[in-house]
Ligand binder design. Structure first.
Ligand code: NDP
Length: 475
């Protein structure tokens, strides 16, 4: 596992090119300043339908044994009305509100008040105070990296409860899944709305705000780049990682406990989902400092897309395989289980190694070895909002010479493995691979558009050297 000591911008070669009077020059990289009709249409579609999509999936499992077709057939044939389905849906309960409030409060406590201790005894782990990337306004934020610690403490308490204290049943998440959905929505909307108001009245860094003038776009994609409360409570880092990703593995454990309760055993498919997604989650926290340099933190502003997405979309739709397996306990043949495990592990290896190669390359400014050789790269330059010119490098060696986003390819292989654990009886568990393919392909295009705005002709030289995006020779 890679140790990640992030490169400080002060280590980058830079010099001032313009500093003309009081007007602040606007750079073109970062989020869009103007909204095209296609982005606006997509945003309106997502604002209206994403909450319904989540509800539809969860309701299908609750009322239709995870069939996505049967509710439609019932509605189209008049067998049921929307009100019948709605009336059968569990409402918000005091119990769920209590559980959710405690959960979020506990994660806030771990994030804000418990400085990282893990980096003091875990070799190779980078935690504690770390610097993020330089923002378009030229700001470098400091972050308290303590996600791994929060994940460990939370899981130790979970297992201590399950095997020793018995304060609550390990099936608690599954048992309150729909009432918790309403709580997650309340938080998702509240935080996105708060972030919007905050950006107008008390932004953390006014120069890193982007107003397009379109209310829906600004609400969805965010205005503030790095909203914070106080010195350390960073919205993006908190909501991206906790409560959603810490919860991911607990949700899967709760599904496994439910299988045990219902059928007296946990199937090998459920174990595979727990293990493969557990590796992905642990990897995320182990590499949290590296995560500061990913698109989510480096380039996305904080709006509904991240706020609501992290509170609702992620915990509810990324865990569909485990939920499905509670209703359909699939016991895989050993050969199939091994095949799926291999696909998941190879996907994970590609995902991690590709990310590691870029991180190592950037951290050492190219003074490293990739597959035993000095890496090849393209020199490029860009400008921050105050007119400072920075220099950077785009690597063309290792997996980065195979395709421009081979890390996404590995991620997609892992995602497919999760879905395959569920067999082929229903399409619901395959939502994840379909969604990830759309997300990562769109992300590829979005990132490349941004990189082109940032690096200009240097980016063109790079795409000429590495012509494929995801699959060498194909796309
Ligand atoms: P990348 O880690 O690929 O970062 C892209 C950035 O890296 C570019 O904007 C550019 O930034 C820099 N870069 C691009 N090409 C090169 C190169 N050849 N050499 C050096 N630097 C380069 O993308 P993400 O942040 O989107 O993804 C990080 C990981 O997170 C991926 O593995 C992805 O699969 C995963 N992910 C998972 C999601 C999930 O929901 N499960 C969602 C999103 C991502 P710069 O401006 O610094 O040059």
């Amino acid at each position: 596992m890679a140790a990640h000591q992030e490169k400080k911008p002060s280590e980058e070669r830079k010099h001032k090119t313009t500093q003309n009077g009081t007007r602040t020059p606007q750079v073109q990289w970062g989020r869009a300043w103007e909204v095209d009709w296609f982005s606006l249409a997509s945003i309106l579609f997502l604002l209206m339908f994403a909450p319904l999509i989540v509800y539809y999936f969860i309701m299908s499992c609750d009322q239709y044994q995870c069939s996505l077709i049967d509710p439609l057939i019932d509605l189209l044939t008049g067998n049921k009305h929307l009100s019948d389905i709605w009336n059968k849906t569990l409402t918000l309960t005091y119990r769920a509100a209590g559980i959710y409030t405690l959960w979020v409060a506990f994660q806030v406590f771990l994030y804000v008040f418990v400085p990282d201790f893990c980096h003091k005894f875990l070799p190779g782990y980078v935690g504690g105070v770390q610097e993020g990337a330089v923002t378009p306004a030229g700001v470098v934020n400091k972050y308290e990296i303590n996600g791994l610690q929060a994940w460990i403490i939370t899981h130790v308490l979970w297992f201590a409860n399950a095997y020793y204290f018995h304060w609550f049943s390990p099936t608690i998440i599954f048992d309150n899944w729909i009432p918790l959905l309403w709580c997650a929505n309340v938080l998702g909307y509240a935080v996105s709305t708060f972030a919007m108001i905050k950006s107008y009245f008390f932004p953390t860094n006014a120069k890193d705000c982007k107003f397009t003038g379109n209310f829906f776009y600004d609400y969805m994609m965010g205005i503030e780049f790095n909203p914070r409360i106080g010195k350390w409570f960073d919205f993006k880092l908190f909501f991206n990682g906790r409560p959603g990703i810490v919860a991911w593995t607990l949700i899967n454990l709760s599904y496994a406990a439910k299988q045990q309760e219902l059928y007296g055993q946990v199937t090998n498919s459920m174990i595979l989902v727990n293990v493969l997604q557990g590796i992905y989650v642990l990897d995320f926290f182990w590499n949290e400092a590296w995560y500061l340099k990913t698109i989510d933190i480096c380039h996305d502003h904080f709006g509904w897309y991240l706020g609501w997405g992290d509170c609702v979309w992620l915990p509810y739709l990324y865990t569909l395989q485990g939920l499905y397996l509670v209703y359909h306990p699939v016991q895989l043949r050993t050969a199939n289980a091994i095949g799926i495990l291999m696909l998941g592990l190879i996907g994970y290896y590609i995902f991690r190694m590709t990310n590691h190669q870029k991180d190592l390359f950037r951290r050492t400014n190219g003074n490293c070895k990739i597959w035993g050789k000095k890496p090849e790269y393209i020199e490029c330059s860009y400008m921050s909002v105050d007119g400072t010119k920075y220099y950077s490098k785009l690597m063309t060696s290792g997996f980065w010479g195979w395709a421009r986003h081979f890390n996404y390819t590995g991620d997609l292989m892992g995602s497919l493995a999760y879905c395959l654990t569920c067999g082929f009886e229903h399409i619901l568990p395959y939502f994840y691979i379909v969604y990830m393919t759309i997300l990562l392909t769109h992300r590829c295009i979005r990132d490349e558009h941004r990189c082109f705005s940032k690096y200009g002709k240097d980016w063109k030289r790079y795409t000429a050297a590495v012509p494929y995006r995801l699959i060498p020779g194909i796309f």
